[in-house]
Ligand binder design. Structure first.
Ligand code: PEP
Ligand code: MN
Length: 338
């Protein structure tokens, strides 16, 4: 259920409704809006207590939220969520670029990448210090050392840092450095991790699972929002299909569907979505055209020698060409590239 407060409802009236919800054994989630405040209710099974709430001072309406995800749903929050990180916004219009290597491999390469991207106007730097690799023998990331290099990259360029957190145990360490905590596709349904992240003060970028349905993905986002973390960004990175011409099948059709059902920003990862750098520019332009809120692109100083995901990484020249190609398309759509 969702309690919609009247325009101009007082703080006392809002607090009283929240307290009433709590006394009924449910959890209130106060959602301030541009015009009025709404209070989402979770933990209830049906419309119990609806009449009591509807009669309280300052309450305009009490409506049932029909989707299984409540806080993620547009029914609960009609305006788009805008996430701010690294001095740039994601969501609510605009197309936000985030680039960087798959893995932080050494200090020199991450600093070089950060400076090159910053010079192109990119405000968010991606790079994994903790890497979920298919093979236990593959490069697993530099861990804490990688986090230190990311912190240095931020100090030198002012860019916001997007980096993956793989387990509950390392959340605190990653949170100290990251401006956005990435949950990888393999961890989309790691519920203890999602619950821990729901208590974080930093935004979470939640990648779609390798074979996740729309509802499974949005329910995972609901886990993150069910604590007090409302800053969630969804990331479509391709799903497993019978097709083998690309690494994954980038499901761009999910973008407008998510935007209809949810207020959360959605970005597209054409790198994991295709697995091949030559197709990354086309799918990036398509992501922009389909209404995504931004891109997460793998960029490496020397892709043939990358320690992970080299085949899908753009070099600096290719990434600069992509930035240039995005601008006229964005202008035609009336969207600002950030
Ligand atoms: C990554 O971003 O490098 C990554 C591991 O992505 P995914 O979880 O989408 O495979
Ligand atoms: Mn990668």
């Amino acid at each position: 259920m969702l309690v919609v407060m009247k325009q101009g409802a007082t703080t006392q009236e809002i607090d009283a409704v929240a307290a009433q919800i709590q006394s009924m054994g449910f959890t209130p989630h106060v959602i301030p809006g541009a015009l009025r405040t709404a209070i989402g209710i979770t933990g209830n099974r049906g419309p119990e207590g609806r009449e009591i709430l509807a009669m309280m001072p300052g309450v305009d309406d009490v409506i049932r939220v029909t989707s299984p995800y409540k806080l993620v749903s547009r029914e609960t929050h009609p305006e788009p969520t805008i996430v701010t990180a690294g001095g740039v916004t994601i969501g609510g219009g605009g197309f936000t670029l985030c680039g960087g290597p798959c893995s932080v491999e050494n200090e020199k390469m991450i600093l070089e990448t950060a400076h090159k991207l910053a010079a192109l106007g990119v405000r968010l730097l991606r790079g994994g210090a903790y890497k979920p690799r298919t093979s236990p023998y593959a490069f697993q990331g530099l861990g804490e050392e990688g986090l230190r290099y990311l912190a240095r990259a931020r100090a030198e360029t002012g860019m916001g840092i997007v980096t993956e957190v793989m387990d509950v145990e390392s959340v605190g360490r990653v949170e100290e450095v990251a401006d956005i905590l990435q949950v990888g596709a393999r961890n989309m349904q790691n519920y203890p991790l999602l619950r821990r992240l729901s208590l974080c003060r930093k935004p979470v970028l939640l990648k779609r699972g390798l074979a996740a349905t729309l509802e499974e993905w949005l329910m995972a986002a609901e886990y993150v929002m069910s604590g007090n973390n409302r800053q969630v960004i969804l990331c479509e990175r391709g799903v497993r299909t019978f097709a083998d011409h690309t690494r994954n099948t980038l499901d761009l059709s999910i973008v407008p569907v998510v935007k209809k059902l949810s207020h959360l920003p959605v970005v597209v990862d054409p790198s994991h979505g295709t697995g091949k750098s030559e197709f990354v520019p086309a799918m990036s332009l398509a992501g922009l055209a389909v209404g995504a809120d931004g891109l997460l692109v793998e960029v490496h100083p020397d892709p043939p020698h990358a320690l992970s995901d080299g085949a899908q990484s753009l070099n600096f020249e290719q990434f600069a060409a992509l930035c240039k190609a995005l601008r006229p398309v964005a202008a035609a759509l009336g969207v600002e590239v950030r």
